[in-house]
Ligand binder design. Structure first.
Ligand code: SF4
Length: 304
């Protein structure tokens, strides 16, 4: 593995490349990355990157697309072409147009976990870190929101607005695996543990939480908290960052098999090949990118 890491580092400097990795990536990928974060942190990094010629985006399709949209002068590479987020495929342009016919005055908010075409048909994007603030920033009481129904329900609870989920049942298959019964059992074993849950989890799972937030917010919360033990309700890749940033604290995944197979498709070998052969280049046609860029930039204007 050492040889491979050295080769990746050499290629990075030869080609003026940086590696961005999502919090759900394998630990060894997080370790070679220049920056590790959640979707909003990585989008911002990609947008602000000035020096690099190549951005290797170790994550899934829609995140690499966002980088290509926000920084079109860079070559954006996705190491594994098959690394697709199933939730992002759930919101089609047809679905948005159909919902707009039913609610012509309602603004369309799309989660960043969407493909570029859906973003292009939206008014503004959001992430799980800023969804509540984005919804509150809109001068509307009824809002079309997709594709994650659980996040839609969570923002409805937080804002008191009517959030219409599009499609009706969009979901993350990995976060759906978390069940409240598992937290009950773990709490018997670790009664002092603080429970942190991602808003993509079900309402029943969210009820078990002491804290609900995105992965970046969980990291901030865990660092600031006096608690020593945490039960974590999100994809297990986050444990690497949590443990690294808090070596004196204990983090237990609420369900050990909550592994996103799409995030785990990226390996060191694939990052190496991606850099060496400069593949797979992610490009978004400019007419689509132009509209999607507006929706993403609108999101960055919202304070969170
Ligand atoms: S964890 Fe869920 S939302 Fe995130 S990439 Fe995997 S399937 Fe998509």
């Amino acid at each position: 593995m050492k040889d491979l890491i050295t080769k990746i580092q050499q290629l990075k400097s030869e080609k003026q490349a940086i590696i961005l990795a999502h919090n759900y990536q394998r630990p060894e990928i997080q370790e070679i990355a220049d920056y590790v974060g959640d979707s909003i942190e990585l989008s911002r990094k990609a947008m602000e990157e000035k020096d690099a010629k190549i951005i290797v985006f170790s994550a899934v399709d829609f995140m690499a697309q966002s980088a290509a949209i926000l920084n079109p002068t860079k070559k954006v590479l996705l190491p594994t072409l098959g690394a697709r987020c199933p939730m992002a495929q759930m919101l089609t342009v047809d679905e948005i147009q159909h919902a707009k016919k039913r609610y012509p005055k309602a603004p369309v908010v799309v989660y960043v976990n969407t493909l570029a075409e859906a973003k292009a048909y939206s008014d503004i994007c959001c992430t799980s870190a800023n969804a509540v603030e984005v919804i509150n920033s809109l001068d509307a009481e009824t809002i079309l929101f997709g594709p994650d129904r659980n996040l839609a329900e969570y923002v409805a609870e937080k804002t008191g607005k009517k959030i219409v989920p599009i499609p009706e049942w969009g979901f993350c298959p990995t976060h759906l695996l978390f069940q409240p019964e598992d937290v009950t059992i773990l709490k018997q074993q670790y009664p002092q543990a603080v429970v942190m849950v991602h808003p993509e989890c079900s309402a029943e799972m969210r009820k078990t939480a002491d804290y609900i937030g995105s992965t970046s917010k969980m990291c901030k919360y865990a660092k600031a908290s006096k608690a020593k033990t945490f039960i974590v309700g999100t994809e297990e890749g986050i444990l690497h960052r949590l443990r690294k940033e808090n070596p004196d604290k204990q983090f237990i995944i609420a369900y050990a098999d909550a592994i996103c197979p799409n995030m785990k498709l990226t390996t060191l070998d694939r990052v190496y090949t991606s850099l060496k052969e400069e593949k797979h280049i992610i490009e978004v046609p400019e007419p689509v990118a132009k509209k999607a860029r507006v929706a993403l930039q609108q999101m960055f204007e919202v304070k969170s």
